[in-house]
Ligand binder design. Structure first.
Ligand SMILES: Cc1cc2nc3c(=O)[nH]c(=O)nc-3n(C[C@H](O)[C@H](O)[C@H](O)COP(=O)(O)OP(=O)(O)OC[C@H]3O[C@@H](n4cnc5c(N)ncnc54)[C@H](O)[C@@H]3O)c2cc1C
Length: 492
């Protein structure tokens, strides 16, 4: 590696220290680095803090550890639920520090795994704050400059705190603080009801906090102002407030002005292939931005998918001639990426909501149908005494295209993948309904959903997808319809 003076700026280097340099070792940077090395690229990753980024250190991992513990506690404390199983449980309690340690230990373990995997594969981990100095040139730490054929920015995001709110880390906190579980306030207000706010409300309620507001003499005062009229509605006095009002991209100090890139509300503009776009609308050669910093979809698995997207890697390969590019142009379909909220019960979704699908249908001139099933009829859910839940699918009855699936119920976050994979692979309802599901499993909720869809053939015949509509049968149905138009669905 050559380390040159920081003042050596601007011109395009003729040979490079690395094939690929990634700024930020969160899930996005980590995933991209592993795949780049797999493809034979000499790769470095620059990290200003600790490997693993938000997901591992301040996001998915510790929050899911806390949810796992609090979920168990909630179940054990639910006497009615336990009795229905014929179980008697002595008063369940918890040790706050023990719960905090559990989450922290898991974080450390996964962070170490990630760091070791990078080292084992020969990725250089360069420590320090990174910035782009010019085309294919990056600075990190105090004065170290390296060159790279390609650069990926994967600098992620930080909690967004609206103006006027002062975070002190003790009584007014963000998710960064809350995940350490240094206290369990009696009365806490969660500002923001996105997935982070909802998940923390699950954790705190299970651990005994009161999420609704509060009595006098408390350290935190919250004024409720009507967002539209600005009229003062109420004042709450509580022990603590968790500010969970979304995330802001972490893109300051990245030297974007050196490559004529202007952020949009802090996000780095990219095209559908995550190539960075400059202020004149032109692509910046050899520069990509993945993950929360581009704002396309602020979820760990979406970030990883962007990082390992074949297009990005193929592009590097073609440049480094490690392999021949097969000409595959893979653009990640963000609509097929599932999202989940790990509350009790879980919520998951993929694709369009019903209003979004309606809008698209009106614009493009097609019909949509909605199918619904309940967990109440699912044997496994009933055996678990968890029959509360629904699944819903929005689809095109003329083509069988699945437009969106939403699930609310036990293990919804796991169940969604059958739908998201179907959408990613373009599988249609009339095909997936033949897939066989083991009994008794929760996956039968989706099986029922697919089977309950009602299709309409192009010539106007309705039939239930429950029948075996292979191409020959379809043809037969069409003939029947042609000879003697049927008004009622025909079940075969
Ligand atoms: C409480 C919480 C729970 C979440 N739960 C889930 C979940 O269940 N499922 C899910 O899919 N997503 C979840 N997320 C979102 C998920 O964590 C993020 O989408 C994901 O971590 C983004 O990855 P990233 O690689 O883009 O950025 P990050 O993970 O934020 O990583 C960016 C890295 O870049 C480093 N960095 C930044 N700037 C520089 C610089 N200039 N130089 C050097 N290093 C730099 C940072 O230190 C950081 O390590 C959660 C988030 C939070 C906050």
């Amino acid at each position: 590696m050559s380390v040159v003076a920081a003042s050596d700026n601007g011109s395009t280097p003729s040979k490079f220290d690395y094939d690929l340099v990634i700024i930020g070792a969160g899930v996005g940077g980590h995933g991209a680095a592993l795949h780049a090395v797999e493809k034979g690229l000499k790769t470095a990753i620059i990290e200003g803090d600790v490997v693993g980024g938000t997901c591992v250190n301040r996001g998915c991992v510790p929050s899911k550890a806390l949810l796992a513990v609090s979920g168990r506690l909630r179940e054990l404390q639910n006497e009615h639920h336990m009795k229905s199983f014929g179980l008697q449980v002595a008063a369940a309690a918890y040790d706050r520090q023990g719960v905090a340690d559990y989450a922290n230990n898991l974080t450390t373990k996964i962070r170490n795994n990630l760091t070791n995997s990078l080292k084992a594969l020969g990725v250089d981990i360069l420590t320090g704050f990174g910035s782009v100095m010019g085309p294919q040139k990056v600075k990190y730490g105090k004065d170290n400059v390296i060159t790279a054929r390609d650069i990926i920015i994967a600098t992620g995001s930080v909690p967004f705190v609206p103006k006027g709110i002062e975070v002190d880390g003790k009584t007014v906190i963000t998710s960064d603080h809350a995940l350490k579980l240094e206290s369990v306030p009696d009365w806490i207000v969660i500002v923001g009801s996105g997935d982070i706010g909802l998940e923390f409300s699950d954790v705190y309620t299970a651990l005994g906090s009161e999420i609704t507001p509060a009595t006098d003499g408390k350290p935190v005062t919250i004024d409720l102002i009507d967002a539209k009229t600005k009229e003062h509605k109420d004042t709450l006095e509580v022990d603590a407030a968790l500010i969970a009002t979304s995330r802001a991209p972490f893109t300051t100090g990245l030297g974007l002005e050196n490559i004529k890139v202007e952020t949009q509300r802090g996000f780095i503009p990219v095209n559908e292939r995550t190539q960075v776009i400059d202020k004149d609308g032109k692509l910046v050669p050899h520069l990509y931005c993945i993950g929360d910093a581009n704002g396309k979809m602020m979820l760990a698995h979406a970030v990883s998918a962007q990082g390992i997207s074949e297009l990005v890697i193929n592009d590097f390969i073609s440049l480094t001639v490690v392999e021949q590019v097969t000409g595959k142009d893979h653009v990640l379909n963000h609509l097929s990426i599932p999202a989940a909220c790990f509350t009790y019960p879980e919520i998951s979704m993929v694709g369009l909501t019903e209003p979004q699908a309606k809008e698209k249908a009106e614009k493009e001139g097609f019909q949509i149908n909605v199918a619904k099933t309940s967990f109440k009829a699912n044997t496994k859910a009933l055996a678990e005494n968890e029959g509360e839940g629904i699944a819903k699918m929005i689809y095109r009855p003329d083509t069988g295209e699945i437009l969106g699936v939403h699930i609310f119920g036990l293990h919804a976050a796991d169940l969604i993948h059958e739908a998201s994979n179907a959408m990613a692979l373009g599988t249609q309802v009339q095909d997936i309904k033949f897939a066989v599901h083991a009994h008794p499993t929760l996956s039968e909720v989706l099986d029922e959903l697919f089977k309950s869809a009602k299709m309409t053939l192009a010539i106007g015949l309705s039939y239930e997808v429950r029948c075996n509509v292979q191409p020959v049968t379809k043809f037969f149905l069409e003939q029947v319809d042609f000879l003697s138009p049927a008004k009622e669905p025909i079940a075969v």
